[in-house]
Design a protein around this ligand. Sequence first.
Ligand code: COA
Ligand code: MG
Length: 292
Amino acid sequence: MTQTYRPRRSVLYIPASNDKALAKLPSLACDAVIIDLEDAVAPADKIAAREKLAGIFADRPDRRCEMVIRVNALSSEWGADDLLAAAKCEPDGILLPKVGTPRDILEAGDVLDDNFVPDEVKLWAMIETPKALLNIGAIAELGRDPASRLDCFVPGTNDLVKETGILATPDRRYLVPWLMQMVLAARAGGLDILDGVFNDFRDADALARECAEAAAMGFDGKSLIHPAQIEAANRAFAPSAEAVAEARAVKDAFSRTENAGKGVIALNGKMVERLHLAQAEKLLAKAAAVGA
Ligand code: COA
Ligand code: MG
């Protein structure tokens, strides 16, 4: 069975107000970028940043790199106009900040529908408020309804720290339970989910550790703030050579005539079930997509 996989290992925020950073777009090896109108843009620059969107999308690189726009919260003075301006660019996704309830997604979706924005323009949701965490199951459930356009969760870990008063520690011990809850909800809703950003962009070793941890936690990739972070994320969220070899062995074993129709077999002294075959096929599709 062929499975499609759209890599989102490395997703870089680029402030729409930063021309030098935007100029880097064609040379970046990330799977996706988020052109930001929200937290990375000062209030005085908000409107000028919005006005740049059309030009940024007109010069869209040919290379396959998803392009997402983060608008300001729809409850803010910029949100409604941001959403319309973003929709006109027909990006791969529009990232909604400060989501609290399923209604926030549905209302944004209604605006897109009313403006005849193609269904291919998806909605991504920042999970960064206590309310979003409390409603995470209901929000994620929208992923089961394609009409909602919901496609991806992005934890806003800096906002969560700010809103809850937890201590941000290097091992993220107070954040991890909430992050795991988000991963669980994303899977229940069939959504992708990225890990939050790593602020200390000069610390490559700590970033590599956090990326490896995020991959083990089940995230599809990591949201990033600096180009120097791309390579570590691409590496950490791609299947390792050992995992690929193991997946091939499982696939080969099930394709042998003597195993045809069997639900469970022994492979190198381990029990392997058909569910492992499905898992192996998924991993091989992912490896093929990223050249691992
Ligand atoms: N995307 C693309 N290019 C970027 C970039 C980004 N997110 N961050 C930095 N660069 C570019 C810089 O413009 C600079 O370009 P140059 O070589 O042409 O001068 C180069 O990478 C090196 O940048 P550096 O000097 O190391 O960093 P900086 O001090 O210019 O910027 C930050 C540091 C954190 C301010 C910047 O990385 C940034 O704004 N990141 C995104 C923040 C964001 O979007 N936050 C919202 C989500 S949490
Ligand atoms: Mg935020």
